[in-house]
Ligand binder design. Structure first.
Ligand code: ADP
Ligand code: MG
Length: 438
């Protein structure tokens, strides 16, 4: 695969560049999807890393069918041959990946930019290039599956390359870490961990709404890092203003830097993302196929990627050509997912989310603790499943259709104001879909 990659590069690159940079590069070893390549000096290493690294790993990944990384090391053959086991100059050891939580898969390089995310992308890049000098904090918000985590991680990968200490966590992990540290009387270690880094990436901050001690601790973490000119990047499903149970002092800090939104990808961008995905997977996919998938899957980019994978797998497994008809067949189970949601399943999930039994939810109890969850179940069935109002009434233990209608309006209205409820509904929805997808 390595030789094939070199030949491919040779045929695509200007000869002079190839001779200067690539010809002398040698494969030193291959280990766990990493090609370690020796080059003669640091300059060559940096040049290759910048210009060719991504292309090489894409070519290799395509050839080998799994994600491959390329790592360039300065390496002198003579020294090695003379018996020294240390390469003359070894690239500074990469900060260990397991502590940063940053996934090398998400980079700026494979992020498609379009109208809906241009600002967010530009701001993230500015932050990655000049941590703590561009916008601090950077606050990104947008609905699910639109690339917030991808951008946070891309910033993280870029910062790691610059040798900075990076930590990526979701706000839930932050909260769990905190709780564990309190339980084990180890809050100092917690603080050391969170306050000794250069770049803190905190994902889905909306989940700290309503958690007072977490907010308190995060407030101090924020102040310490910000005060030491460390970069903070935050993502959320909504802007700071709409985080209702967020302490005012945190809200105002979130707005100190730059707040940017990511809008849902439009058709053009969805098509561009599919094209890029197909190219990266080294697959030839006719434009009308990409267009057809992009038109049908509008919800979010994660599902868009899933749809493409599914169509390709379908073609491979059935041995059929990629035609619009095949797309319909491949996506058939995926698209009308809404109608396949079983009311029983929704009832069960809603009940357990609110700590109730399904019987209780279907019963006659009118106290708020039971009535509200019941209304939530109606709301979710209304929004997510193709079930009529009377059918919902039947599924919920025999309510009439106006009760259902009232419930749906009430929940929709409450969700605008009650962050906790909104979160619970989001959570139920996500779980429903992750079950449906599994
Ligand atoms: P969010 O955190 O906003 O819910 P993610 O960042 O997890 O969304 O994105 C969902 C998936 O879509 C990921 O696999 C991500 O790589 C991909 N994705 C999102 N936006 C883009 C983009 N602009 N270009 C390429 N891939 C994208
Ligand atoms: Mg995310």
């Amino acid at each position: 695969a390595w030789q094939a990659t070199l030949s491919q590069l040779q045929s695509e690159m200007p000869k002079a560049s190839f001779d200067t940079w690539v010809r002398s590069a040698e494969l030193i070893k291959y280990q766990e999807n990493i090609f370690v390549v020796g080059v003669h000096n640091a300059y060559a290493r940096d040049w290759l890393d910048d210009r060719l690294g991504p292309t090489m790993s894409r070519l290799l990944s395509g050839m080998m069918g799994t994600r491959q990384e390329v790592q360039f090391n300065v390496w002198h053959k003579e020294i090695e041959a003379a018996g020294s086991d240390e390469p003359a100059e070894v690239r500074a050891p990469e900060p260990s990946r397991q502590n940063t939580n940053v996934n090398p898969r998400y980079t700026f390089e494979n992020f498609v930019v379009g109208g809906s995310n241009r600002m967010a992308h530009a701001a993230s890049q500015a932050v990655a290039e000049n941590p703590a000098r561009a916008y601090n904090p950077l606050f990104l918000y947008g609905s699910v599956g639109q690339g917030k985590t991808h951008l946070l991680q891309a910033i993280g990968n870029s910062a790691i390359k610059q040798g900075l200490q990076v930590l990526y966590v979701s706000s839930e992990e932050f909260a769990n870490d905190l709780i564990n540290s309190i339980r084990t009387h180890n809050t100092q270690a917690f603080r050391d961990r969170y306050r000794s880094i250069d770049v803190l990436l905190i994902d889905d901050i909306q989940f700290i709404a309503g958690k007072e001690s977490t907010q308190e601790e995060f407030f101090h973490t924020f102040n310490t890092l910000h005060g030491q000119d460390k970069q903070i990047v935050i993502s959320s499903d909504r802007p700071p203003k709409a985080m209702l149970t967020l302490e005012e002092r945190l809200r105002s800090r979130f707005e100190w830097g730059l707040t940017v939104d990511i809008q849902p990808a439009d058709l053009e961008m969805r098509t561009a993302i599919l094209r890029s995905k197909a190219e990266r997977a080294n697959r030839e996919v006719p434009p009308e196929i990409l267009d057809s998938i992009a038109r049908q899957v509008q919800s979010n980019i994660r599902e868009l990627e899933g749809a493409l994978t599914r169509v390709l797998a379908y073609a491979d497994l059935s041995g059929k050509a990629l035609t619009p008809d095949l797309v319909q067949v491949a996506l058939a189970d995926l698209l009308p997912q809404r109608s396949t949601l079983e009311p029983r399943q929704v009832v069960k999930l809603v009940a357990s989310t609110f700590g109730l039994t399904a019987e209780k939810l279907l019963g006659r109890d009118r106290s708020r603790e039971v009535a509200l969850p019941r209304q939530v179940a109606m709301y979710i069935l209304r929004e997510e499943a193709n079930v009529s109002l009377p059918q919902i009434g039947v599924a919920l233990g025999g309510r009439d259709h106006s009760t259902v209608m009232y419930a749906c309006e009430k929940v929709a209205d409450l969700m605008e104001r009650d962050d906790r409820l909104r979160r619970q509904v989001l959570q139920i929805r996500e779980q429903l879909y992750s079950h449906a997808a599994a």
